[in-house]
Design a protein around this ligand. Structure first.
Ligand code: GRF
Length: 200
């Protein structure tokens, strides 16, 4: 298989993206960061990209008349940078059909819960952890999955589990889960790189 060239889409902090870049720099992940795209001009993910010398683009629906044009621009940018796998890393927008078709089974996402539980529309950020705590779950964790046209729905590629303790709050739980996310995403990508996980 060709070396993974990762296109990142991130809306905010980009700590998962950073964890992947760091794993590459440490030699734990055989891949190259190719490009970073954000819908948010203030995203720290764009700053991180600049610091790392990775081409970075702010591509927002505000710049286009239709969602289709936005979808096409994102696709063109990914192709221009020879991306062969797309990693959503806290990207708050739905991926358009052109990107999904071109990168069929090659758009990944990380979700801060053990899917198929606690996923779907509106299940992001603190809402996920609030729901986990409210349901009295004994464990939570994170999931890397293939993105399809439904929210948090595609094939699950890997999970990491954390215990939920009686004293956990949204803050402590999200912190514990995020630490596992930073391990899980590079791990899954390395399994793809070495053929342990097949995407097709
Ligand atoms: C993570 O919790 C991830 O599971 C979710 O969005 C958050 C992104 O955090 N999809 P960061 O931007 O990678 O720091």
């Amino acid at each position: 298989m060709k070396k993974l060239r990762i296109g990142f889409l991130a809306s905010h902090n980009g700590s998962n993206m950073q964890a992947i870049i760091d794993a590459i720099k440490k030699g734990e992940l055989d891949a190259e960061p190719a490009v970073v795209i954000s819908n948010n001009s203030n995203a720290y993910a764009l700053e991180r990209a600049k610091k790392e010398g990775i081409p970075a683009y702010h591509i927002s629906s505000k710049h286009f008349e239709t969602e289709e044009q936005l979808d096409q621009e994102i696709l063109n940018t990914l192709i221009k940078h020879n991306v062969n796998i797309v990693c959503l890393a806290g990207y708050m927008k739905k991926i358009g059909p052109k990107v999904l078709a071109h990168f069929k089974n090659r758009v990944l996402n990380i979700h801060p819960a053990l899917l198929p539980k606690f996923g779907g529309k509106g299940m992001f950020g603190r809402y996920v952890h609030e729901a986990v705590l409210k349901a009295g779950e004994k464990q939570s964790g994170c999931t890397v999955h293939i993105v399809d046209e439904h929210y948090d729905h595609g094939k699950i590629l890997g999970q990491r589990v954390v215990p939920v303790l009686a004293e956990d709050t949204v803050e402590t739980l999200s912190q514990k889960v995020l630490e596992e996310e930073h391990k899980l995403y590079p791990e899954v990508l390395q399994k793809i790189a070495n053929g342990e996980i097949e995407l097709d």
